[in-house]
Ligand binder design. Structure first.
Ligand code: NAP
Ligand code: G4F
Length: 334
């Protein structure tokens, strides 16, 4: 039985990946930070259905000793390093803690692995935000980086730490360069979930508007459940490498609104208010990825269409807010 450690297991991707690896017969461990006034029912909500099958280790990414002690006690075949301050807007508000968690956190995990388990395969959660002000479209593994936020900069540093441990120490280290991926487990502050839950609230008479920032930004949005499978495939190849994971389609935030509102027979123009305060100091205007390397090497392709992704999230949130019983099965299906 293979054993995997997931940092960031409580997040959208971590919880989906944990489920997937359990299905594959893995022993799944997770590193979780301890927080004061913890409400396990809320904090572990995404892990609810698998909580009993996981081995969870309290630990702080910000402390080398803490990460080291987990690797000193348990053996892992694969380590998926997903933990990060992942919200771009927050990285403008507090770039320092974003850097600390995302850069030092990654360095601590790599350094402890090198010391104690150099044969463990390592996945780093890179991002299309590294391309930022894009130099070419679509973006692929050779596209130069030009990050536009402290978050993007922290991920470029993590990317190069990962490359450096691979080149300097011969470790099996991969960068997944994942474009935006969404679903019913997405955090509420991200624009897709903000829209899907906002539309559902409006439909149910619980709200009468959604305030958004830049409606013209374009993103390549895919389904998170499909993207975590690509992470696993990357670590199962003969040699380590870096891969773009994306759908190859791009849509504006405005189009996301149009599809989400019209699914419930509403017109987004009646409800969406643009708030300048929600604009970012520097925006990433356009992202669209070319995942042909992943398709050629290990047959990964995005399958969920943009429309199905949007409408699935809207119906999930409508059911959630209406307290319908089918909510759980929808969560698994998406
Ligand atoms: P998410 O839902 O925000 O989850 C982030 C996870 O990181 C949570 O488990 C969180 O734990 C943990 N975390 C945050 N700060 C931490 C810290 N200082 N110490 C320890 N744990 C910490 O993010 P996601 O969407 O699943 O994304 C997973 C990874 O992929 C992230 O690295 C993200 O930057 C990257 N990524 C995401 C996308 C996307 O579209 N989703 C695209 C490209 C790359 P708590 O529960 O304790 O907060
Ligand atoms: O949903 P977002 O906050 O995601 P963003 O910034 O693209 O970052 C996500 O995807 C990255 C991959 O490319 C990940 F690395 C990262 O961790 C995260 O998962 O914003 C998407 C777009 C932006 O252009 C933003 O300006 O939506 C625009 N937007 C417009 N109004 C808004 C809003 N974003 C948010 N969060 N809230 C708004 O009200």
């Amino acid at each position: 039985m293979r054993a995997a450690l997931i940092t960031g297991i409580t997040g959208q991707d971590g919880s989906l990946l944990a489920e997937f690896l359990l299905e594959q017969g893995y022993e799944v461990h997770g590193l979780v930070r301890r927080v004061a006034l913890e409400r396990p029912d809320l904090r572990m909500a995404r892990l609810e259905s698998i909580r009993e099958r996981l081995v969870l280790h309290p630990g702080s990414l910000e402390s080398y000793a803490s990460v080291f002690s987990v690797f000193a006690k348990f053996h892992f075949d694969e380590c998926y390093h997903l933990a990060a301050q992942s919200f771009v807007a927050e990285s403008f508000a507090d770039g320092f803690s974003t850097m600390n968690a995302n850069v030092n956190g990654t360095h601590h995990v790599l350094a402890a692995l090198k010391e104690l388990q150099p044969a463990c395969r390592f996945y780093f959660a890179g991002t299309s935000e590294m391309f930022g002000q894009v130099h070419q479209s679509p973006q692929n593994e050779c596209t130069p980086f030009h990050p536009r936020s402290p978050y993007g900069i922290s991920k470029v540093a993590g990317y190069y730490l990962t490359v450096n441990y691979r080149e300097a120490y011969g470790m099996y280290c991969c960068n997944g360069i994942l474009f935006n991926h969404e679903g019913p487990r997405r955090g509420f502050e991200f624009v897709t979930r903000k829209i899907s839950t906002g539309v559902a609230r409006i439909k149910l008479g619980l709200a009468n508007e959604i305030r958004l920032g830049n409606l013209d930004a374009r993103r390549d949005w895919g389904s998170a459940a499909e993207y975590v499978r690509a992470m696993h495939l990357m670590l199962r190849q003969e040699a380590p490498d870096d891969y773009v994971i994306a759908t190859g389609e791009t849509h504006t935030v405005r189009e996301f609104c149009e599809v989400a509102f019209s699914e419930l027979n509403l017109d987004y123009r009646d409800y969406v208010r643009v708030d300048q305060l929600l604009y970012r100091p520097a925006e990433v205007d356009l992202l669209v990825g070319d995942a042909s390397k992943a398709r050629k090497r290990f047959g990964w392709e995005a399958r969920t269409t943009f429309k199905d992704l949007v409408t699935g999230m809207v119906h999930f949130d409508l059911a959630l807010l209406s307290n319908k019983a089918e909510m759980r099965s929808m969560s698994v299906a998406l």
